[in-house]
Design a protein around this ligand. Structure first.
Ligand code: ADP
Ligand code: MG
Length: 371
């Protein structure tokens, strides 16, 4: 296993479209790195450049200490698992697994040993004599992972490998893949992984670190806790977390009593937050996670006054949509915290819990409240 390094990597496609704008990323040996971002942000392009399936038009890619810019895919020491895992339909699972090694004319004994080892690790031993059409989606996906694992690559690349599975299976495959990664680490053969997904739950639960991308740029690289608690910009703040963080235009003033003006209303901000600010006044985006927005009785002091526009009952919690100070908000309220269910049209007041608020420069969208 090896470290993977991208330095100022660029991709301009044939038609002149620039898909990747000089990205820098280092994935440590044995690290599970997730690339996440909306559809079209160049996750697959980046992965395919690492694999050598796509040329790079600028920068450098290194696997271990080798510069691989001009190395063909087969010689890069990578193995890739795609969304459409396409097993060879006429071959039994055993032959699907060993195909790569047979192609390389490895000795029979080695092939048998590696097939046994990989099927044990992936718990697919009982499937070895089956054909792909006799497998469930999850089983087929495990065979596809096995086919990559058996190559003992320097770096594993996954491109949305779970997208074709239903929600329940996806959840169990998530655990299996991270489990496998931990097990390989414990056995002293850590796997360097780059895992592409557009699903923030996969990103947050699987990644040692997560690289958030937008339109061919890297917006932040950090561990899941840091991404959630200290988003570097409004994009990451909005992308990570469910429901999405409320992001509304406001004007910050820190003279005398620090406060925010939202629409035609004002709320003071806690000194704890005011002390963290790297900007003292001006147009900002106010970011409040729905879980950090308190519902209060109308007229409450130092809160935004508004009206409930919709209520979604989810069982253990309720999403309350509301309009206040010319902006839309969502508040998530644990259902056992409420005496009565809020209803559309109810007058309410809302206020962020404590200092759990983020402020972003309105124009650069950088977080100015990280301290
Ligand atoms: P993602 O995997 O994040 O959804 P892609 O890497 O597939 O994004 O695509 C990134 C951008 O590059 C998109 O705007 C897409 O339309 C464009 N793109 C992808 N492949 C090609 C290609 N072969 N030629 C031109 N543009 C492409
Ligand atoms: Mg893609």
């Amino acid at each position: 296993m090896a470290e993977l390094q991208l330095k100022s990597v660029e991709k301009t496609y044939g038609g002149g479209f620039k898909a990747v704008h000089g990205i820098d990323l280092t994935v440590a040996e044995g690290e599970f790195m997730v690339l996440v971002g909306p559809s079209g942000c160049a996750k697959s392009t980046t992965l395919r450049m690492i694999a050598g399936l796509e040329t790079i038009t600028g920068g450098e890619i290194r696997i271990g200490d080798r510069l691989v810019n001009d190395v063909v895919p087969g010689k890069r020491g990578i193995a890739m698992v795609f969304q459409n895992y396409a097993l060879y339909p006429h071959m039994k699972v055993r032959s699907n697994l060993s195909f790569g090694l047979r192609l390389k004319r490895r000795p029979k004994q080695e092939i048998a040993g590696a097939t046994g080892d990989v099927s044990r690790v992936l718990e697919i031993e009982e499937l070895l004599e089956r054909l792909p059409k006799q497998l469930s989606g999850g089983q087929a996906q495990r065979v596809a992972v096995g086919r990559a694992l058996i190559k003992q690559p320097e770096v594993f690349l996954f491109d949305e490998p779970l997208s074709n599975l239903d929600a329940k299976l996806r959840a169990s495959m998530r655990v299996r893949i991270t489990d496998l990664h931990k097990r390989l680490r414990a056995e002293g053969r850590p796997a360097t992984v780059v895992y592409v997904t557009h699903d923030q739950v996969e990103a947050m639960t699987m990644g040692d670190r997560i690289c958030v991308m937008r339109e061919g740029h890297i917006m932040q690289v950090a561990d899941p806790t840091t991404l959630y608690q200290r988003p570097a910009n409004a994009f990451v703040a909005g992308f990570i977390g469910m429901p999405e963080m409320n992001l509304v235009d406001a004007v910050l003033t820190t003279q005398d009593v620090p406060h925010l003006t939202v629409g035609d209303q004002t709320i003071s901000i806690e000194t704890g937050l005011a002390d963290r600010l790297s900007l003292t006044e001006g147009p900002v985006k106010l970011g409040i996670r729905p879980q950090h927005l308190q519902l209060l009785t109308p007229g409450s002091d130092n809160a935004l006054q508004g009206e409930v526009t919709a209520v979604e009952f989810l069982g253990h919690e309720i999403n309350v949509h509301l309009r206040a100070a010319d902006a839309d908000f969502v508040a998530v309220v644990p259902s056992d915290h409420l005496d009565a269910m809020p209803r559309r049209g109810d007058r309410v007041a809302v206020k962020p819990t404590g200092a759990k608020v983020h402020l972003f420069d309105r124009y650069s969208e950088e977080n100015i409240s990280l301290g």
